[in-house]
Design a protein around this ligand. Structure first.
Ligand code: URA
Ligand code: CA
Length: 432
């Protein structure tokens, strides 16, 4: 078999066989297919698309290109949750202990942030001592004993995806539905969960800018998951503005703690209940979403979920005292208020640019090698649909440099105040 023939076949709009796709992934993984042929192939996929059968074959081949984690020694149905990416997305940090606190095992593998998006693993590292690189046996032991552990992805999970993603990033082929679907699902399948809840984000801060593309991506991933024998469902959620109020690392941990105390932002709390209810039903701990939600509300209001978060921090080597004393994570040197320049309704808070503003302060990485400043970030006091009066604080900037004019400009340029608009609908659609 020759790679050039596969490129030609795909370019002609024909469907590739499983054998051909396996050949491609094998050559990609062992390095026998050069980058220029992989890149040309990616561009033909971008234009010619793939059938469900092709996407499934690609997903499974990538999932099997490295370690496949066996979670069968954990009792019960293991449910994973994955978001296609967002800004200020604090969901996992609340969801993992909350769902675990009602007895559903949560074995969660999360990623780091890059560019304008934050990563759960970076946020958890803001907690002094917190270990995010758990060996597999330790990870499994913690989930068995305590129902919850959150770890970074093991080094050899879906290496074919790692290679492909790096090439997509530099060949303008990231935002292709078959490529995104196979990338995400290959990692989910390799990480061993029995059931998968997907949060497919849509809007300015997401890969999928409109609801039609988000729906297609969600439907594609759900079908692949089911074909691979995993119960899968997706929630399509709004990411036109950041989720919650905090965008940063330690300030998002504080936001998670407040949410677990029942004092969190409304949208983040709702997102946690929506995704959590789906997880609980898929895990077989409730028959209906209403019943599941009831269990979660009870766990949150009774303080059980917050206790589980403390236990999770302790188990992973962190200092659980941060829950009562968040200042133990360190505080930024400067707290600067950004005041509204006019009165009106907040019409738009461009998610991606707000993520970039937080990154400029040091909350994220420009390159993989950059170090993160855990204490910096931005906190939104107004969300889309809320009224604001000239001179009122719009955003608090937490910084370790005195001059933040660049960040202020970025925020002013990307928060629009004007005529009244409706609050955006948080949950757009459920795909099963
Ligand atoms: N997240 C991934 O893991 N892969 C993609 O292609 C897009 C988002
Ligand atoms: Ca947030």
């Amino acid at each position: 078999m020759r790679m050039i023939d596969l490129i030609e076949k795909k370019r002609a709009g024909k469907e590739l066989t499983k054998t051909e796709i396996d050949f491609f992934v094998k050559g990609l993984t062992d390095g026998t297919i050069p980058d220029y042929q992989v890149s040309a192939f990616l561009m033909t996929i971008f234009y010619e698309d793939m059938s469900d059968e092709e996407i499934t074959a690609l997903t499974l081949a990538m999932a099997n290109s490295g370690d496949v984690i066996d979670l069968s020694s954990i009792n019960g149905i293991k449910v994973d949750k994955h978001s296609t990416g967002g800004v200020g997305d604090t969901t996992t940090i609340v969801l993992a202990p909350l769902v675990a606190s009602i007895g559903v095992p949560v074995a969660k593998m999360s990623g780091r942030g890059l560019g304008h998006t934050g990563g759960t693993i970076d946020k958890l590292e803001a907690i002094p001592g917190f270990q995010v690189e758990l060996p597999n046996d330790k990870f499994i032991q913690l989930v068995n004993e305590s129902q919850v552990a959150v770890t970074g992805q093991s080094g050899d999970l879906a290496p074919a995806d790692k290679t492909l993603y790096a090439l997509r990033d530099v060949t303008a082929t990231v935002d292709s539905i078959p490529l995104i679907a196979s990338s995400i699902m290959s990692k989910k399948i390799a990480s061993g969960a029995d059931a998968i809840v997907l949060d497919v984000t849509t809007g300015d801060g997401a890969f999928m800018k409109n609801i039609d593309d988000a729906t297609r991506l969600a439907e594609t991933m759900v079908r692949i998951g089911e074909l691979a024998g995993r119960r899968t469902m997706a929630v399509i959620s709004d990411m036109s503005q950041p989720l919650g109020e905090a965008i940063g690392n330690s300030i998002e941990i504080v936001e998670a703690i407040e949410t677990l105390q029942g004092k969190g932002p409304e949208d983040l709390t709702e997102m946690v209940y929506v995704l959590g209810s789906q997880m609980v039903v898929l895990a077989g701990h409730a028959k209906t979403l209403e019943e599941a939600r009831g269990l979660l509300v009870e766990a949150l209001e009774s303080g059980k979920a917050l206790e589980k978060f403390k236990e999770m921090i302790q188990n992973q080597g962190g200092d659980p005292d941060v829950v009562d004393h968040p200042e133990k994570m360190g505080v930024a040197k400067y707290t600067i208020e950004l005041l509204a320049k006019s009165s009106g309704c907040v019409r738009e808070i461009q998610a991606e640019s707000i993520g970039v503003a937080a990154m400029l302060l040091g909350a994220g990485r420009k390159t993989k090698e950059d170090l993160i400043d855990y204490t910096v970030g931005v906190k939104l006091h107004k969300k889309v649909g809320m009224d604001v009066t000239e001179g009122e604080p719009l955003v608090t900037i937490y910084a370790n440099r005195e001059n933040v004019d660049d960040v202020k400009q970025m925020l002013y340029d990307n928060i629009e105040i004007g005529e009244t608009v409706e609050e955006p609908q948080l949950v757009r659609k459920i795909v099963t």
